[in-house]
Design a protein around this ligand. Structure first.
Ligand code: HEM
Length: 495
């Protein structure tokens, strides 16, 4: 007679229940898939189908080699433009298909939300604010920030020019090598803190000792961001990281610093010369310090590094394309250049160069959403990868922005080349989404492009030649929300 110890009954029952539920879910999914005219999603050939550790290992090794985008590209080449894989038991669909991405973030994207797992990983750094919220609360947050970010005053090219003047003083004019990346980082940190927090960190000021507090704050922010990446990557297994004590301590210090900026803005509120900054705007609109801080964190998080990384990547490409620099110079020197959007709008080739830089080296490689009801994406299913696919409730959809930007079926055989001329007769649409698109498009898209055009034009105006001084010609990419792994080693030669 079969005898089972009573202490084993409960686990066996739970296991059986789990297996039955999984089988039922699979059956229900297949039935719905057929009913809706969908085809199966190609699967990553896991050797570990339970936790997907093999896929993770491939991605981690790619990251170590500095080849995040290239590793993804290889998997797409094997599995198709859209494929499914397992992240610690979480069903995940990665797609670089334009129509799928449009369905996820386009106007009818009500069923796709920011993944709750990422929100949990980002807590308390990014909570209850623009980047973390969904639905009605997100709309409210967004409507608070949009009037400020879309104002001419936010672009503020005269303010950027003041910082550029300091930057130019730090670029050697004797042909010696300079790494532009840390300089751009400081330039845009100075501008971002001025615009978002109301006071510039002024890290480009010549007196190195003048800003130890700013340096400490920024280093801490970088550490926190690095840790945030690790926490998001932990996915379902976030709990295994324990309490992440250092992360929480650093966040407390960052919050205290931001609170200091809020207090100063509140004190300036009724002064004779109010400043134009986001903190002043929020202090006017929101009557709660923690809520102001939370909103500021989301914009600071978005604004801190993206433009400087994009500019670094662009200069990296330009240093390897001297013919483009000469063409830029012809355009920029042909007319007066002032710190105004009117001036930048007269530089179509410069704009195309910026567009191309953001295409080939998008600073945001990937964006994720979670499906909160069963959804259909128009492409990726079946043998030819063309049939609609059913995304079950709870699955994550990863939109591979870099994959889309390098897709040969869209950009032709030159997809991997830096070719600004391709923009002469093209306009950006859904195939080009460095700022994403749809209702959650980056609210600072126009501001960022205009500032990049202006900075590039100023460098082109100032220097006759840009020379590459890096023996490695290929970009070794990296998780870029902190900084580039490959520095931008160049020489800028004045006329
Ligand atoms: C070249 C520079 C930039 C690039 C390429 C960029 C790219 C992006 C992308 C791809 C998203 C969507 C992320 C997602 O939903 O998964 C985004 C969102 C956002 N960006 Fe930017 N960004 C840039 C600069 C900025 C700047 C300068 C600011 C602030 C001044 C900013 C603020 C934000 C905010 C607040 C969001 C969240 C919007 C929302 O969820 O409604 N970004 N950005």
């Amino acid at each position: 007679m079969l005898y089972t110890r009573p202490s084993l009954l409960a686990p066996i029952f739970i296991l059986l229940l789990y297996i039955c539920l999984s089988l039922y879910r699979r059956y229900a999914y297949q039935r719905k898939m057929r009913r809706e005219g969908c085809q199966p999603i190609p699967k990553y050939p896991h050797t570990d189908p339970f936790l997907g550790l093999d896929h993770r290992r491939v991605m981690l090794e790619g990251t170590k080699r500095g080849e995040v985008g290239a590793t993804r590209a290889k998997i797409h080449a094997k599995c198709g433009h859209t494929y499914e894989y397992n992240v610690f038991g979480q069903r995940t669909v990665c797609t670089m298909n334009m129509d799928n991405i449009r369905t996820v973030v386009g106007p009818s994207s009500a069923n796709f939300v920011k993944p709750p797992g990422s929100k949990q990983a980002a807590h308390p750094l990014l909570t209850d604010n623009l980047v973390a919220l969904d639905g009605h609360e997100w709309k409210q947050s967004r409507s608070l920030v949009m009037p400020v970010l879309t104002k001419e005053q936010a672009v503020d090219l005269p303010a950027l020019e003041r910082h550029i003047q300091k930057l130019l003083k730090l670029i050697p004019r004797d042909g010696s090598t300079v790494d532009l990346q840390p300089l751009f980082q400081r330039l845009f940190i100075d501008r971002a803190t001025e615009f978002v927090l109301g006071d510039s960190t002024n890290t480009l000021d010549p007196d190195e000792e003048a800003h130890p507090e700013a340096d400490k704050f920024l280093t801490m922010f970088e550490d926190v961001m690095r840790m945030l990446g690790q926490r998001v990557q932990a996915g379902h297994l976030l709990f295994l990281r324990g309490r992440d004590v250092q992360w929480h301590q650093d966040i407390a210090t960052i919050f205290a610093t931001v609170d200091g900026f809020i207090d100063k803005a509140a004190a300036r509120q009724h002064s004779a010369s109010p400043r134009f900054s986001l903190v002043e705007h929020y202090v006017d609109e929101i009557n709660d310090k923690a809520a102001v801080r939370s909103q500021l964190m989301s914009v600071f998080f978005g604004s801190r590094d993206q433009i400087s990384i994009s500019m670094s990547l662009l200069m990296f490409a330009l240093a390897r394309h001297p013919e483009v620099w000469l063409k830029l110079r012809r355009e920029v020197l042909a007319q007066p250049l002032g710190p105004s959007t009117e001036s930048t709008s007269r530089l179509p080739y410069t704009r195309n160069v910026v567009y191309e830089g953001l295409r080939i080296f998008s600073p945001v490689l990937m964006s994720r959403r979670q499906c909160d009801a069963d959804c259909i994406l128009p492409s990726g299913g079946g043998k030819d990868g063309q049939a609609p696919i059913l995304i079950p409730r709870g699955a994550i959809v990863e939109m591979n922005i870099q994959g889309l930007h390098r897709d040969r079926t869209i950009w032709g055989e030159s997809a991997d080349e830096f070719l600004p001329e391709r923009w002469t007769d093209r306009t950006p649409g859904w195939k080009y989404i460095p700022f994403l698109a749809g209702k959650r498009v980056c609210p600072a898209r126009d501001l960022s492009v205009t500032q990049m055009i202006y900075l590039l034009a100023r460098l082109v105006q100032e220097f006759e030649l840009l020379q590459n001084r890096d023996p490695v010609l290929e970009l070794v990419d990296d998780i870029r929300n902190v900084r580039l792994s490959r520095r931008v080693q160049v020489a800028l030669i004045p006329p």
